[in-house]
Design a protein around this ligand. Sequence first.
Ligand SMILES: Cc1cc2nc3c(=O)[nH]c(=O)nc-3n(C[C@H](O)[C@H](O)[C@H](O)COP(=O)(O)OP(=O)(O)OC[C@H]3O[C@@H](n4cnc5c(N)ncnc54)[C@H](O)[C@@H]3O)c2cc1C
Length: 421
Amino acid sequence: MYPVKKAIIIGAGPAGLAAALRLQKSHNISSVIYELRPTPTTIGGSIGIPSNGLRLLDRLGVYKPLTQIANTDERFILHSTTNDAILAESNFSGEAMERIGYGYMRVKRTDLISCLLDAVQREGTPIHYGKRIVSIDEQDERVTAKFEDGTQDTADILLGCDGIHSSVRTMRVDSTLKPEYSGVSAMFSLLRRSELPADSPPVTCFNSTFTTDGLLAIISCTASNDEIFWFFSGEVPVPESGENGWEEHRHKEVQEFKTSILNVLGQVQGRWGNFVREVIHRTESISFTPIYRLPLGGTWSRGRCLLIGDAAHAMQPHAGQGTSMALEDIFVLSHVLKHYPDGSVHDIFSKYDEVRRPRVTRIYTASEQNGQLWKKTGSWGLWFRENMVWAMFSLASVFGRKRGVIPLDDLIYDPEEEPIS
Ligand SMILES: Cc1cc2nc3c(=O)[nH]c(=O)nc-3n(C[C@H](O)[C@H](O)[C@H](O)COP(=O)(O)OP(=O)(O)OC[C@H]3O[C@@H](n4cnc5c(N)ncnc54)[C@H](O)[C@@H]3O)c2cc1C
Protein backbone atom coordinates (compact mmCIF):
# COMPACT_ATOMS: atom_id res chain seq x y z
CA MET A 1 0.00 0.00 0.00
CA TYR A 2 1.53 3.37 -1.01
CA PRO A 3 1.90 5.86 1.81
CA VAL A 4 0.93 8.44 -0.82
CA LYS A 5 -2.70 8.56 -1.87
CA LYS A 6 -3.16 12.20 -2.83
CA ALA A 7 -0.89 14.85 -4.37
CA ILE A 8 -1.28 18.60 -4.68
CA ILE A 9 0.32 19.76 -7.93
CA ILE A 10 1.24 23.42 -8.30
CA GLY A 11 1.45 24.42 -11.99
CA ALA A 12 -0.40 23.13 -15.07
CA GLY A 13 2.53 23.20 -17.51
CA PRO A 14 3.93 20.02 -19.12
CA ALA A 15 5.46 18.85 -15.80
CA GLY A 16 2.31 19.30 -13.71
CA LEU A 17 -0.08 17.75 -16.22
CA ALA A 18 2.21 14.80 -16.97
CA ALA A 19 2.77 14.21 -13.23
CA ALA A 20 -0.98 14.05 -12.57
CA LEU A 21 -1.46 11.59 -15.43
CA ARG A 22 1.32 9.25 -14.39
CA LEU A 23 0.46 9.25 -10.68
CA GLN A 24 -3.17 8.44 -11.44
CA LYS A 25 -2.62 5.83 -14.14
CA SER A 26 0.32 3.93 -12.59
CA HIS A 27 -0.09 4.43 -8.85
CA ASN A 28 -3.74 5.29 -8.32
CA ILE A 29 -2.60 8.49 -6.61
CA SER A 30 -5.20 11.19 -7.15
CA SER A 31 -4.05 14.76 -7.76
CA VAL A 32 -5.53 18.22 -7.64
CA ILE A 33 -3.79 20.74 -9.90
CA TYR A 34 -3.56 24.46 -9.06
CA GLU A 35 -2.51 26.87 -11.82
CA LEU A 36 -1.66 30.54 -11.40
CA ARG A 37 -2.99 31.66 -14.79
CA PRO A 38 -6.74 32.27 -15.12
CA THR A 39 -7.09 29.87 -18.09
CA PRO A 40 -5.03 27.19 -19.89
CA THR A 41 -2.06 28.80 -21.62
CA THR A 42 -2.88 30.48 -24.91
CA ILE A 43 0.59 31.92 -25.48
CA GLY A 44 3.98 30.56 -26.48
CA GLY A 45 5.59 29.47 -29.67
CA SER A 46 6.56 25.90 -30.38
CA ILE A 47 8.81 23.37 -28.75
CA GLY A 48 10.87 20.51 -30.12
CA ILE A 49 10.67 17.18 -28.33
CA PRO A 50 13.27 14.52 -29.16
CA SER A 51 13.03 10.73 -28.91
CA ASN A 52 13.57 10.30 -25.16
CA GLY A 53 10.65 12.66 -24.39
CA LEU A 54 8.41 11.23 -27.13
CA ARG A 55 8.63 7.71 -25.74
CA LEU A 56 7.41 9.03 -22.37
CA LEU A 57 4.54 10.97 -24.00
CA ASP A 58 3.55 7.66 -25.61
CA ARG A 59 3.53 5.94 -22.21
CA LEU A 60 1.22 8.72 -21.02
CA GLY A 61 -1.10 8.03 -23.98
CA VAL A 62 -0.67 11.42 -25.68
CA TYR A 63 1.91 10.68 -28.38
CA LYS A 64 -0.51 9.36 -31.00
CA PRO A 65 -2.97 12.29 -30.72
CA LEU A 66 0.02 14.66 -30.94
CA THR A 67 1.28 13.04 -34.16
CA GLN A 68 -2.04 14.04 -35.77
CA ILE A 69 -1.40 17.75 -35.20
CA ALA A 70 2.35 18.25 -34.73
CA ASN A 71 5.23 18.13 -37.21
CA THR A 72 7.18 14.88 -37.03
CA ASP A 73 9.77 15.47 -39.74
CA GLU A 74 12.89 14.88 -37.71
CA ARG A 75 15.39 16.47 -40.10
CA PHE A 76 17.30 19.62 -39.35
CA ILE A 77 18.99 21.52 -42.13
CA LEU A 78 21.74 24.10 -41.78
CA HIS A 79 21.80 26.56 -44.69
CA SER A 80 24.99 28.34 -45.69
CA THR A 81 25.13 32.09 -45.07
CA THR A 82 27.02 32.78 -48.27
CA ASN A 83 25.15 30.80 -50.95
CA ASP A 84 22.30 28.35 -51.49
CA ALA A 85 24.31 25.36 -50.24
CA ILE A 86 23.06 23.12 -47.47
CA LEU A 87 25.93 22.78 -45.02
CA ALA A 88 24.53 19.99 -42.91
CA GLU A 89 21.48 17.79 -42.84
CA SER A 90 20.83 15.25 -40.14
CA ASN A 91 18.19 14.12 -37.66
CA PHE A 92 17.62 15.76 -34.29
CA SER A 93 17.56 12.39 -32.60
CA GLY A 94 20.31 10.80 -34.74
CA GLU A 95 19.60 7.09 -35.06
CA ALA A 96 17.08 6.97 -32.22
CA MET A 97 14.19 6.19 -34.58
CA GLU A 98 15.94 3.00 -35.72
CA ARG A 99 16.80 2.09 -32.13
CA ILE A 100 13.62 2.89 -30.20
CA GLY A 101 11.00 3.93 -32.77
CA TYR A 102 10.77 7.62 -31.79
CA GLY A 103 12.37 10.53 -33.66
CA TYR A 104 11.49 14.18 -33.10
CA MET A 105 8.39 16.31 -32.91
CA ARG A 106 7.87 20.07 -33.24
CA VAL A 107 4.61 21.09 -31.62
CA LYS A 108 2.90 24.35 -30.75
CA ARG A 109 3.03 24.81 -26.98
CA THR A 110 -0.74 25.33 -26.91
CA ASP A 111 -1.29 22.01 -28.77
CA LEU A 112 0.94 20.11 -26.34
CA ILE A 113 -0.85 21.60 -23.34
CA SER A 114 -4.31 20.92 -24.77
CA CYS A 115 -3.44 17.26 -25.56
CA LEU A 116 -2.14 16.76 -22.01
CA LEU A 117 -5.20 18.57 -20.61
CA ASP A 118 -7.58 16.31 -22.54
CA ALA A 119 -5.85 13.25 -21.07
CA VAL A 120 -5.85 14.70 -17.53
CA GLN A 121 -9.54 15.57 -17.80
CA ARG A 122 -10.35 12.06 -19.01
CA GLU A 123 -8.78 10.78 -15.78
CA GLY A 124 -11.12 13.12 -13.85
CA THR A 125 -8.30 15.14 -12.25
CA PRO A 126 -9.56 18.55 -11.08
CA ILE A 127 -7.67 21.68 -12.21
CA HIS A 128 -8.24 25.02 -10.53
CA TYR A 129 -7.12 28.14 -12.41
CA GLY A 130 -6.27 31.60 -11.06
CA LYS A 131 -4.80 30.11 -7.85
CA ARG A 132 -1.89 31.89 -6.17
CA ILE A 133 -0.25 29.84 -3.43
CA VAL A 134 0.60 31.87 -0.32
CA SER A 135 1.77 29.27 2.20
CA ILE A 136 2.77 25.63 2.60
CA ASP A 137 2.62 23.93 6.00
CA GLU A 138 3.31 20.39 7.11
CA GLN A 139 1.67 18.73 10.08
CA ASP A 140 0.81 15.15 11.07
CA GLU A 141 2.39 13.65 7.96
CA ARG A 142 0.25 15.84 5.67
CA VAL A 143 1.01 18.96 3.67
CA THR A 144 -1.40 21.90 3.35
CA ALA A 145 -1.30 24.57 0.64
CA LYS A 146 -3.16 27.82 1.21
CA PHE A 147 -4.18 30.15 -1.61
CA GLU A 148 -4.65 33.90 -1.85
CA ASP A 149 -8.42 33.53 -2.25
CA GLY A 150 -8.68 31.95 1.20
CA THR A 151 -9.08 28.33 0.00
CA GLN A 152 -6.76 25.50 1.04
CA ASP A 153 -6.07 21.86 0.30
CA THR A 154 -4.28 19.05 2.13
CA ALA A 155 -2.51 15.98 0.70
CA ASP A 156 0.29 13.47 1.32
CA ILE A 157 2.76 15.17 -1.02
CA LEU A 158 3.02 18.46 -2.93
CA LEU A 159 4.77 18.68 -6.29
CA GLY A 160 6.15 22.08 -7.28
CA CYS A 161 5.72 22.04 -11.08
CA ASP A 162 5.54 25.83 -11.26
CA GLY A 163 8.41 26.59 -13.60
CA ILE A 164 11.67 28.50 -13.31
CA HIS A 165 10.24 31.20 -10.99
CA SER A 166 8.70 28.54 -8.74
CA SER A 167 6.90 29.79 -5.64
CA VAL A 168 7.13 26.31 -4.09
CA ARG A 169 10.92 26.52 -4.41
CA THR A 170 11.26 29.98 -2.92
CA MET A 171 8.57 29.52 -0.29
CA ARG A 172 9.44 26.05 0.92
CA VAL A 173 12.23 24.07 -0.73
CA ASP A 174 15.26 26.25 -1.50
CA SER A 175 14.98 30.01 -1.19
CA THR A 176 18.67 30.45 -2.06
CA LEU A 177 18.41 29.12 -5.61
CA LYS A 178 17.81 32.04 -7.98
CA PRO A 179 17.42 32.06 -11.78
CA GLU A 180 20.43 33.51 -13.61
CA TYR A 181 20.58 35.03 -17.08
CA SER A 182 22.27 32.76 -19.66
CA GLY A 183 23.51 35.71 -21.76
CA VAL A 184 21.30 34.58 -24.64
CA SER A 185 17.82 35.82 -25.59
CA ALA A 186 15.28 34.70 -28.15
CA MET A 187 12.64 36.39 -30.25
CA PHE A 188 10.02 34.31 -31.98
CA SER A 189 6.73 34.28 -33.80
CA LEU A 190 4.20 31.94 -35.42
CA LEU A 191 3.08 32.62 -38.97
CA ARG A 192 0.45 31.00 -41.17
CA ARG A 193 1.86 29.58 -44.37
CA SER A 194 -0.94 31.39 -46.24
CA GLU A 195 0.58 34.72 -45.13
CA LEU A 196 3.67 34.01 -47.26
CA PRO A 197 3.95 34.41 -51.06
CA ALA A 198 2.61 31.35 -52.91
CA ASP A 199 5.99 30.65 -54.53
CA SER A 200 7.88 30.48 -51.19
CA PRO A 201 9.99 27.35 -50.68
CA PRO A 202 8.29 24.59 -48.66
CA VAL A 203 9.10 24.46 -44.96
CA THR A 204 8.55 20.92 -43.70
CA CYS A 205 11.21 20.55 -41.00
CA PHE A 206 13.76 22.58 -38.99
CA ASN A 207 15.75 24.98 -41.21
CA SER A 208 18.47 27.13 -39.71
CA THR A 209 21.18 29.63 -40.56
CA PHE A 210 24.03 30.94 -38.43
CA THR A 211 24.70 34.64 -38.45
CA THR A 212 27.39 36.61 -36.65
CA ASP A 213 24.74 37.61 -34.10
CA GLY A 214 23.04 34.28 -33.44
CA LEU A 215 20.99 31.57 -35.08
CA LEU A 216 17.82 31.97 -37.10
CA ALA A 217 15.50 28.99 -37.50
CA ILE A 218 12.33 28.54 -39.54
CA ILE A 219 10.40 25.43 -38.63
CA SER A 220 7.13 23.75 -39.52
CA CYS A 221 5.18 23.07 -36.33
CA THR A 222 2.03 21.38 -37.64
CA ALA A 223 1.35 18.05 -39.36
CA SER A 224 -0.06 19.81 -42.43
CA ASN A 225 2.82 22.36 -42.57
CA ASP A 226 0.27 25.18 -42.57
CA GLU A 227 1.99 27.07 -39.74
CA ILE A 228 5.61 27.98 -39.33
CA PHE A 229 7.49 29.04 -36.25
CA TRP A 230 10.59 31.17 -36.52
CA PHE A 231 13.03 32.20 -33.83
CA PHE A 232 16.17 34.26 -33.72
CA SER A 233 18.35 33.54 -30.73
CA GLY A 234 21.62 35.23 -29.89
CA GLU A 235 23.73 36.95 -27.29
CA VAL A 236 22.05 39.99 -25.72
CA PRO A 237 23.70 41.85 -22.82
CA VAL A 238 21.74 42.65 -19.66
CA PRO A 239 20.17 46.13 -20.14
CA GLU A 240 22.24 49.03 -18.83
CA SER A 241 19.66 49.66 -16.14
CA GLY A 242 20.15 46.07 -14.87
CA GLU A 243 17.86 43.05 -14.89
CA ASN A 244 14.87 45.21 -13.93
CA GLY A 245 15.29 46.84 -17.33
CA TRP A 246 14.18 43.74 -19.28
CA GLU A 247 10.59 44.93 -19.57
CA GLU A 248 11.67 48.15 -21.26
CA HIS A 249 14.16 46.24 -23.43
CA ARG A 250 11.43 43.75 -24.42
CA HIS A 251 9.22 46.65 -25.49
CA LYS A 252 12.02 48.07 -27.64
CA GLU A 253 12.81 44.69 -29.25
CA VAL A 254 9.14 44.09 -30.04
CA GLN A 255 8.82 47.55 -31.60
CA GLU A 256 12.02 47.42 -33.59
CA PHE A 257 12.43 43.73 -34.46
CA LYS A 258 12.05 44.17 -38.22
CA THR A 259 14.90 46.65 -38.46
CA SER A 260 17.17 44.80 -36.05
CA ILE A 261 16.73 41.28 -37.51
CA LEU A 262 16.70 42.44 -41.12
CA ASN A 263 20.00 44.23 -40.44
CA VAL A 264 21.53 40.98 -39.25
CA LEU A 265 19.93 38.92 -42.01
CA GLY A 266 21.44 41.23 -44.65
CA GLN A 267 24.49 38.92 -44.48
CA VAL A 268 22.49 35.82 -45.57
CA GLN A 269 22.81 35.37 -49.34
CA GLY A 270 20.95 33.45 -52.03
CA ARG A 271 17.31 32.32 -52.35
CA TRP A 272 17.27 31.15 -48.72
CA GLY A 273 18.38 34.64 -47.62
CA ASN A 274 15.55 36.22 -49.64
CA PHE A 275 13.05 33.83 -48.11
CA VAL A 276 14.07 34.44 -44.48
CA ARG A 277 13.85 38.21 -45.02
CA GLU A 278 10.38 37.75 -46.53
CA VAL A 279 9.29 35.79 -43.46
CA ILE A 280 10.43 38.61 -41.18
CA HIS A 281 8.75 41.24 -43.40
CA ARG A 282 5.44 39.40 -43.19
CA THR A 283 5.56 38.93 -39.41
CA GLU A 284 3.18 41.24 -37.54
CA SER A 285 4.31 40.73 -33.96
CA ILE A 286 6.94 38.86 -31.98
CA SER A 287 7.68 37.72 -28.44
CA PHE A 288 11.03 38.45 -26.82
CA THR A 289 12.43 36.26 -24.01
CA PRO A 290 15.74 36.63 -22.17
CA ILE A 291 16.70 33.02 -21.43
CA TYR A 292 17.22 32.28 -17.75
CA ARG A 293 18.41 29.04 -16.14
CA LEU A 294 18.80 27.76 -12.58
CA PRO A 295 22.35 27.12 -11.37
CA LEU A 296 23.08 23.42 -10.83
CA GLY A 297 23.21 22.06 -7.34
CA GLY A 298 20.01 23.30 -5.70
CA THR A 299 17.88 21.35 -3.24
CA TRP A 300 14.95 19.57 -4.88
CA SER A 301 12.86 18.45 -1.93
CA ARG A 302 12.03 19.36 1.61
CA GLY A 303 9.67 17.39 3.79
CA ARG A 304 6.68 16.41 1.64
CA CYS A 305 7.41 18.88 -1.19
CA LEU A 306 9.31 17.93 -4.34
CA LEU A 307 10.28 20.16 -7.28
CA ILE A 308 9.77 18.76 -10.78
CA GLY A 309 10.79 20.14 -14.21
CA ASP A 310 11.94 23.73 -14.62
CA ALA A 311 11.16 24.49 -10.96
CA ALA A 312 14.11 22.22 -10.06
CA HIS A 313 16.54 22.46 -12.97
CA ALA A 314 15.57 24.97 -15.68
CA MET A 315 18.28 24.73 -18.31
CA GLN A 316 19.08 26.55 -21.54
CA PRO A 317 16.90 25.29 -24.37
CA HIS A 318 19.89 24.64 -26.64
CA ALA A 319 19.71 20.86 -26.48
CA GLY A 320 15.90 20.91 -26.81
CA GLN A 321 15.55 18.83 -23.64
CA GLY A 322 13.58 21.00 -21.15
CA THR A 323 10.21 19.29 -21.60
CA SER A 324 11.78 15.85 -21.88
CA MET A 325 13.65 16.44 -18.63
CA ALA A 326 10.36 17.29 -16.88
CA LEU A 327 8.81 14.08 -18.27
CA GLU A 328 11.82 12.03 -17.21
CA ASP A 329 11.57 13.47 -13.67
CA ILE A 330 8.06 12.10 -13.37
CA PHE A 331 8.98 8.68 -14.72
CA VAL A 332 11.93 8.44 -12.34
CA LEU A 333 9.64 9.35 -9.43
CA SER A 334 7.17 6.72 -10.60
CA HIS A 335 9.97 4.15 -10.97
CA VAL A 336 11.14 4.83 -7.40
CA LEU A 337 7.55 4.63 -6.10
CA LYS A 338 7.21 1.20 -7.73
CA HIS A 339 10.41 -0.03 -6.06
CA TYR A 340 9.50 1.31 -2.63
CA PRO A 341 5.77 0.78 -2.32
CA ASP A 342 6.05 1.05 1.47
CA GLY A 343 8.86 3.62 1.59
CA SER A 344 8.51 6.84 3.56
CA VAL A 345 8.14 10.07 1.59
CA HIS A 346 11.60 11.06 2.81
CA ASP A 347 13.19 7.85 1.50
CA ILE A 348 11.34 8.08 -1.83
CA PHE A 349 12.43 11.69 -2.43
CA SER A 350 16.04 10.94 -1.37
CA LYS A 351 16.27 7.97 -3.73
CA TYR A 352 14.70 10.07 -6.49
CA ASP A 353 17.40 12.72 -6.01
CA GLU A 354 20.20 10.13 -6.02
CA VAL A 355 18.98 8.52 -9.27
CA ARG A 356 18.00 11.71 -11.10
CA ARG A 357 20.83 14.14 -10.42
CA PRO A 358 23.65 12.71 -12.60
CA ARG A 359 21.42 12.64 -15.70
CA VAL A 360 20.15 16.19 -15.14
CA THR A 361 23.71 17.45 -14.66
CA ARG A 362 24.85 15.81 -17.90
CA ILE A 363 22.01 17.22 -20.02
CA TYR A 364 22.26 20.67 -18.37
CA THR A 365 25.96 20.80 -19.25
CA ALA A 366 25.33 19.65 -22.85
CA SER A 367 22.69 22.42 -23.23
CA GLU A 368 25.12 25.00 -21.95
CA GLN A 369 27.85 23.79 -24.34
CA ASN A 370 25.48 23.86 -27.34
CA GLY A 371 24.54 27.41 -26.27
CA GLN A 372 28.09 28.57 -27.12
CA LEU A 373 27.11 28.35 -30.81
CA TRP A 374 24.54 31.08 -30.22
CA LYS A 375 27.12 33.63 -29.01
CA LYS A 376 28.15 36.65 -31.07
CA THR A 377 31.12 36.15 -33.37
CA GLY A 378 32.95 37.87 -36.24
CA SER A 379 32.99 36.81 -39.90
CA TRP A 380 35.93 34.41 -39.28
CA GLY A 381 34.13 32.99 -36.28
CA LEU A 382 31.04 32.44 -38.42
CA TRP A 383 33.15 30.70 -41.09
CA PHE A 384 34.73 28.50 -38.42
CA ARG A 385 31.34 27.69 -36.84
CA GLU A 386 29.75 26.71 -40.15
CA ASN A 387 32.71 24.51 -41.06
CA MET A 388 32.84 22.90 -37.66
CA VAL A 389 29.15 21.93 -37.92
CA TRP A 390 29.68 20.77 -41.50
CA ALA A 391 32.61 18.57 -40.41
CA MET A 392 30.72 17.13 -37.42
CA PHE A 393 27.73 16.04 -39.46
CA SER A 394 29.52 15.14 -42.72
CA LEU A 395 32.03 12.93 -40.92
CA ALA A 396 29.21 10.98 -39.36
CA SER A 397 27.46 10.54 -42.73
CA VAL A 398 30.71 9.35 -44.40
CA PHE A 399 30.55 6.42 -41.98
CA GLY A 400 26.86 5.90 -42.77
CA ARG A 401 25.81 7.32 -39.39
CA LYS A 402 23.33 10.01 -38.43
CA ARG A 403 24.42 12.35 -35.68
CA GLY A 404 21.88 13.88 -33.29
CA VAL A 405 22.16 17.14 -31.32
CA ILE A 406 23.29 15.24 -28.22
CA PRO A 407 24.83 11.74 -27.96
CA LEU A 408 22.64 8.80 -29.00
CA ASP A 409 22.80 7.21 -25.53
CA ASP A 410 21.12 10.31 -24.12
CA LEU A 411 18.44 10.26 -26.81
CA ILE A 412 17.49 6.64 -26.15
CA TYR A 413 17.71 6.97 -22.37
CA ASP A 414 14.85 5.27 -20.55
CA PRO A 415 14.24 6.44 -16.95
CA GLU A 416 12.47 3.17 -16.18
CA GLU A 417 15.72 1.29 -16.79
CA GLU A 418 17.61 3.20 -14.09
CA PRO A 419 19.02 0.64 -11.64
CA ILE A 420 17.49 1.19 -8.20
CA SER A 421 19.15 -0.49 -5.25
C1 LIG B 1 12.82 30.35 -25.60
C2 LIG B 1 12.62 28.96 -25.08
C3 LIG B 1 12.59 27.88 -25.97
C4 LIG B 1 12.40 26.59 -25.51
N1 LIG B 1 12.41 25.56 -26.41
C5 LIG B 1 12.27 24.30 -25.96
C6 LIG B 1 12.25 23.21 -26.87
O1 LIG B 1 12.37 23.37 -28.09
N2 LIG B 1 12.11 21.95 -26.36
C7 LIG B 1 11.95 21.72 -25.02
O2 LIG B 1 11.81 20.56 -24.60
N3 LIG B 1 11.97 22.73 -24.14
C8 LIG B 1 12.11 24.01 -24.57
N4 LIG B 1 12.11 25.04 -23.68
C9 LIG B 1 12.02 24.72 -22.24
C10 LIG B 1 10.61 24.29 -21.87
O3 LIG B 1 9.69 25.30 -22.21
C11 LIG B 1 10.53 23.99 -20.38
O4 LIG B 1 11.60 23.17 -19.98
C12 LIG B 1 9.23 23.28 -20.04
O5 LIG B 1 8.13 24.09 -20.40
C13 LIG B 1 9.20 22.99 -18.55
O6 LIG B 1 7.90 22.59 -18.16
P1 LIG B 1 7.41 22.90 -16.67
O7 LIG B 1 6.03 22.36 -16.60
O8 LIG B 1 8.43 22.43 -15.70
O9 LIG B 1 7.39 24.48 -16.54
P2 LIG B 1 6.50 25.55 -17.32
O10 LIG B 1 6.30 25.17 -18.72
O11 LIG B 1 7.13 26.87 -17.03
O12 LIG B 1 5.08 25.48 -16.59
C14 LIG B 1 4.90 25.98 -15.29
C15 LIG B 1 3.43 26.22 -15.05
O13 LIG B 1 3.25 26.65 -13.71
C16 LIG B 1 2.48 27.84 -13.68
N5 LIG B 1 2.87 28.59 -12.48
C17 LIG B 1 3.93 29.41 -12.32
N6 LIG B 1 3.95 29.88 -11.06
C18 LIG B 1 2.89 29.34 -10.43
C19 LIG B 1 2.37 29.45 -9.10
N7 LIG B 1 2.95 30.20 -8.18
N8 LIG B 1 1.24 28.77 -8.79
C20 LIG B 1 0.61 27.98 -9.72
N9 LIG B 1 1.06 27.85 -11.00
C21 LIG B 1 2.19 28.51 -11.33
C22 LIG B 1 2.78 28.53 -14.99
O14 LIG B 1 1.74 29.43 -15.34
C23 LIG B 1 2.86 27.33 -15.95
O15 LIG B 1 1.59 26.95 -16.41
C24 LIG B 1 12.27 26.35 -24.12
C25 LIG B 1 12.29 27.42 -23.21
C26 LIG B 1 12.45 28.71 -23.69
C27 LIG B 1 12.49 29.84 -22.70
